[in-house]
Design a protein around this ligand. Sequence first.
Ligand code: PMP
Length: 411
Amino acid sequence: MDDRLTSDRVATIAAATPFQLLYEFYRLSGYEQRRHEPGVLDFTFGDPHDPPSEAYVEILREALIPQHELWFAYNFGDAKAIEAATESLRRHIDLPFEPDDVHLTTGGFAAISIALKIVGDLGDEVVYSLPPWFLYEPLVLEAGLVPVKVSIDRQTLDLDLDAIAAAITPRTRIVIVNSPNNPTGRIYPPATLERLAKILDEASERNGRRIFLISDEPYNRIIFDDARFRSPLEFYPWSFLAYSYGKTLLSPGERLGYLAVSPTMPGREQFRDAIEAVQISGGWLFPNSSMQYGLPRLEQLAFDIELFQRKRDTMVAALREIGYTLSVPEGTFYLFPQSPLADDVAFTQALDREGVLVLPGRMFETPGFFRISLTATMETIEAGIPRFAAAFRAVAAAQPEAAKAAAAPTG
Ligand code: PMP
């Protein structure tokens, strides 16, 4: 008798590298206990640290008051919510989105999962760049697809287009692009997206089968310095857009997002019923009806970009002054500095000894870096700076050459 209770399929998903790295992080760092200790400063995950805004709470409260007997009935997508999401999409991205192309989901997770399944056949390959958002791999495996990882250009933090082109095979069906990027904060420039579109077009021709692009853009409204975000959808018609309200509204536990099909995709009508079918068969991936009713007003809530820009500027300036090497993020709420030790896990342990928790680059399959989340409060950031300095000095004292080399500017 085989006494393993899980299916082979689930065993494969549970063994995915990012889950292993997350388990390892939780187990070895004692994170769960450590983050609640007094005086410990938590810069790890993008969870909110400030109390939710009154306006947000009020919108949810109102959305829970039934206005008719069907208020809490099965809800495939409230028409007013879809209209509001579509209008907002048109304002943010210069494309003529239509309500029929916008499908409300339980956040970005579900939007990505649906997009993977709607075009991916079992065994098809999905290309994405490291450092990734760590849950692409399990989502790809769960869809029965094969992850294919390439690295970004670690100097410019831009996509490495040659590496993407080289990773494409006759089984490639999907390329995932995440801009603004978690964890690097990079917004991929139009020239990169234009060249990527050309590569995907040519490879599709060669393969005799279309390669689709999933643009994972939950941070597309968290943009600094009045930079202009350009969506990959503007460059490549065979694209899906996955969006989550969890970032802009700093409320990832309240699930709300959408999957939008590019309005320039030829034949996109084929997806309309199919997406709904996958949402149902995938386990009812529609948001709760109350979140749908709240959406038009939630759309109007502004993200406090000035506050986050201040946090970014304070932290970047202080870290550079200390001697860290890091690029200035153009969007998102993350920093991705180089680790002053080649062993980023050892360096995050040095930070931990100062009472500062961050994620090692190893968690993003990109050793030699670490990630700081700026969802920490301004007070935490200010209290953290001397500790980042102390950890830097401690490793420099222990390993002067290694720290000096890592701190050398890379241009
Ligand atoms: N994509 C990226 C790049 C993310 O950082 C996240 C959340 N950390 C998601 C997708 C998923 O967002 P949500 O949990 O709001 O669905």
